[in-house]
Ligand binder design. Structure first.
Ligand SMILES: [Zn+2]
Length: 102
């Protein structure tokens, strides 16, 4: 009596189920053990949007002549974030100038 298990040569590495054909094993793995999704979490986009809003607030205050301390405390931000924003803004201005001159 030949049961499928005795003939099987393809064994699932995840659950140990045996298959007689490689493509069957492949189908099983795809169905039963899908790879973990690498998609970004749903709130990533929102976080970015928030950052954009906060960044523009930082720039507004900075343009109005606010001190770093004022910006950090009133917007409740990490100094690193404000530094990043100003650095990015500076880079943007430089890029902008270069485009205009070209
Ligand atoms: Zn399996």
């Amino acid at each position: 009596m030949n049961s499928e298990a005795e003939l099987a040569v393809f064994t699932c590495k995840v659950c140990g189920r045996a298959f007689t054909e490689g493509r069957r094993l492949g189908g099983h793995v795809r169905q039963a053990h899908p790879p973990p999704k690498l998609e970004p979490q749903g709130n990533t986009r929102d976080a970015e949007k928030m950052d954009g809003v906060t960044a523009s607030k930082v720039l507004e205050m900075w343009k109005d002549g606010a001190e770093p301390f004022e910006i950090l405390t009133s917007l409740k931000l990490h100094p690193r974030f404000v530094k990043e924003v100003l650095k990015e803004y500076d880079e943007l201005l430089n890029e902008w100038k270069r485009f205009k001159e070209a």
